[in-house]
Design a protein around this ligand. Structure first.
Ligand SMILES: Nc1ncnc2c1ncn2[C@@H]1O[C@H](COP(=O)(O)OP(=O)(O)OP(=O)(O)O)[C@@H](O)[C@H]1O
Length: 322
């Protein structure tokens, strides 16, 4: 049996009276891409810091490649922290070379690897530019390349997509797939569920320090029954309107043009039946579609509206920052 790169067993972390991570157990098996999901403040970064041994848990224990986190295991890890930061006066090439050397590559190998990565990601013409001259997104790409320069067996990326524009987000998805094809195991945190939907073998969802889901994408979607989506004028309470019809409604998005509700379909009833019930209940309908479940719907259905609002707030904060 191969040793899993990471196992957390009943790990808890408190800050004063506040429990940031509550009795978390999770495993990252070799060769998988795992998405670690949840809104800001869910406890993702704290869990990753404990995984690396940067912060000891108050309870429970951590195994990185089968042992308590230590120097040998950490050589096999590439970690992108949430706090970004590079030496501003170094060039892009020297930065990547420097990090690769710190992790044990020879000077020649490190430089060759820096050149290869800069070329593969379209940054070769900036290879001799100082970090201070690069855009924020480009500097972040250089930091990501520095994280994987030593060809780590295990990549731990804390919010790697945050701060990148859509083109660079796509490029990063491609890079993660390429690293996976090279044989790396990958754990990345995000509050943007769509990246996980496209990339992951498995996902682990967190809310308020607790794990709320751990499984394959198919398993995640199977927690939702069949459904329909109905968009109504803002403010209309679909849950109340359908209260006696046998359909459960959860608001999944509120936008200027209307509120979208997901209607859970009991066995044997169709999306059209839900539409009919909504019309009979006087709903001011603006849109209707049989449901194509998304991961964020799984999250909302598992954690309820309060945490769903926290997720929406994280996404909004990201939009402002980008
Ligand atoms: N060193 C600390 N001292 C006190 N509270 C902390 C500390 N680190 C984290 N917290 C709190 O623990 C909670 C979990 O934070 P954490 O950073 O792990 O969440 P997260 O899911 O990674 O979200 P984010 O993306 O915002 O970092 C938050 O409420 C945060 O304020």
């Amino acid at each position: 049996m191969p040793v899993s790169p990471l196992v957390l067993s009943s790990v808890t972390k408190r800050f004063g009276h506040f429990t940031a991570v509550d009795n978390l157990s999770m495993e990252v098996p070799e060769g998988q891409i795992i998405g670690f999901l949840g809104p800001n403040g869910a406890g993702k970064s704290t869990s990753l810091r404990m995984a690396l041994g940067v912060m000891p848990p108050d309870d429970g224990h951590v195994e990185l490649f089968g042992r308590a986190p230590g120097i040998e295991a950490l050589k096999r890890v590439g970690f992108l922290p949430e706090e970004r930061g590079l030496y501003k006066k170094m060039t892009a090439r020297d930065t990547i070379t420097h990090f690769a050397r710190l992790k044990g590559l020879s000077a020649n190998d490190a430089r060759a690897r820096a050149d290869e990565l800069l070329q593969a990601t379209g940054l070769d013409e900036f290879s001799r530019a100082r970090i201070s001259k690069l855009s924020k997104g480009m500097a972040q790409k250089v930091q990501i390349l520095s994280t994987l320069a030593h060809r780590p067996d295990f990549l731990i990326l804390d919010e790697p997509f945050s701060g990148l524009d859509p083109v660079n987000q796509q490029a990063l998805e491609d890079l993660i797939r390429a690293e996976h094809d090279r044989g790396a195991t990958i754990l990345f945190s995000t509050h943007v569920m769509e990246h996980a939907e496209r990339l992951c073998d498995r996902i682990i969802m967190m809310a308020r320090g607790r794990k709320v889901l751990d499984g394959t994408l198919a398993e995640a979607f199977s927690t939702l029954g069949q459904g329909a989506r109905i968009t109504v004028e803002p403010g209309f309470d679909m849950a109340a309107a359908l209260a006696n019809t046998g359909f459960d409604a959860t608001r999944i998005a509120d936008e200027a043009h209307g509120d979208t509700w997901r209607i859970e379909l009991p066995r044997g009833r169709e999306a059209q039946d839900a539409l009919r019930a909504a019309l009979e209940a006087g709903a001011p309908i603006r849109g209707f579609a049989p449901d194509e479940a998304r991961l964020r719907d799984v999250f909302v259905s598992l954690v309820g509206e309060a945490d769903a609002e926290a997720l929406a707030a994280s996404e909004a904060a990201e939009g402002e920052a980008a």
